[in-house]
Design a protein around this ligand. Structure first.
Ligand SMILES: [Zn+2]
Ligand SMILES: [Zn+2]
Length: 343
């Protein structure tokens, strides 16, 4: 079960009840100015270690990004501690019950330069001056407004399988690239249009919205909690769903279905398909969209060349891979020349 929200006291009680002796897995982030991240890090470590918190937490001058687990019976103490920190009071917690408690084995709190590797090295703007957060209902109203420009802040391979109706989906491989592209496109409208943005869980918009305000955009809005929270609110409150297709997520599920539409194509044959796969040739690992028929025909590979390598005995494949890196290519899905139906 997953709950993504600012939990009410009642919801929290129910969640703790269900968890029993188990642990709650949760994540949260907040951009805030932290003058001495080292000191803050030590403070968190001491307090959370006592509460048996486990997890991976990044602290930087620009804020905190945390993934952790807490024993259910100590959750209220943990929450009380968060609320004592002024910029974390009432922070949105994404919570799940983890019955198989192996999500984290240690408590690691690390000081980093940034809480998200976003390639945004502009020190001149204030990341806490973010856009106006809107819930699903307000978001629907805004995107119905003809004076609104709706922008998808995610990468090409994410928006390809699902996005909001009418959204601008920049053809970029990284978050950093989209910022300039969007600014250039919208420079005439900085004062009079609504710039409304969204991403998967909200974190990318936190910074992007501050960036655009810094660049002179006057009416900047962001979808609070991202597509994940939007889908939850649409369900709970029976709102109109304006998201078509799948939401790409960064865990083993790859994507969650939000509407029944399939808006992407198999990159090999062009059939309607929105299932991402990594090329089975480990030396390639290209992320692309492949239908079942092509998966069978191509042995889950992106090309004939990869299929040949993949068919070799493992030791031979390893010998071929020696000294080569594939990391840059992995997320260039649909960019590969071998794929005929790239979007
Ligand atoms: Zn196909
Ligand atoms: Zn391949």
């Amino acid at each position: 079960m997953q709950l993504y929200n600012k939990l009410s006291a009642q919801e929290r009680a129910q969640l703790l009840d269900e968890a029993g002796e188990d642990r709650l897995t949760l994540s949260f982030y907040q951009y805030a100015k932290i003058g001495n991240p080292e000191l803050f890090r030590n403070h968190l470590f001491v307090a959370w270690d006592q509460l048996e918190v486990l997890g991976r937490i990044y602290v930087a001058n620009e804020g905190i990004n945390a993934q952790l687990s807490v024993p259910a019976k100590r959750f209220n103490e943990f929450k009380a501690h968060l609320d004592e920190i002024y910029f974390l009071e009432g922070v949105r917690l994404n919570i799940a019950i983890e019955h198989d408690v192996k999500s984290f084995l240690k408590l690691k709190v690390k000081v980093r330069d940034k809480i998200v590797a976003d390639g945004l090295n502009d020190e001149t703007f204030d990341v806490t001056q973010k856009g106006i957060h809107v819930n699903a209902q307000k978001f629907n109203e805004l995107i119905n407004d003809p004076n609104t420009v709706l922008v998808d802040m995610r990468n090409h391979y994410e928006s390809e399988i699902g996005h909001f109706q009418g959204a601008v989906t920049p053809d970029v491989d990284t978050f950093r690239d989209s910022l300039d592209l969007i600014e250039e496109d919208l420079k005439e409208y900085k004062e009079d249009k609504n710039l409304v943005m969204y991403c998967t869980g909200g974190i990318r918009c936190e910074k992007a919205s501050a960036y655009y305000k810094h660049k002179g955009f006057k009416n900047v809005f962001q979808l609070e909690g991202g597509i994940i929270e939007y889908a939850r609110q649409v369900d709970n409150l029976e709102l109109e769903n304006k998201f078509i297709g799948k939401n790409f997520v960064f865990d083993h599920r790859r994507a969650e279905k939000i509407s029944e539409d399939v808006i992407a194509k198999c990159h090999q044959c062009g059939e309607a398909c929105d299932t991402h796969i990594n090329c089975a040739n480990e030396a390639c690992h290209l992320l692309f969209i492949q239908c079942k028929a092509c998966a069978e025909k191509m042995d889950k590979c992106c090309s004939d060349a990869c299929k040949e390598v993949h068919a070799l005995p493992y030791e031979e494949q390893k010998a071929l891979r020696k000294g080569k890196h594939n990391s840059n290519k992995i997320f260039k899905k649909g960019r590969s020349e071998v794929l005929k139906f790239k979007a």
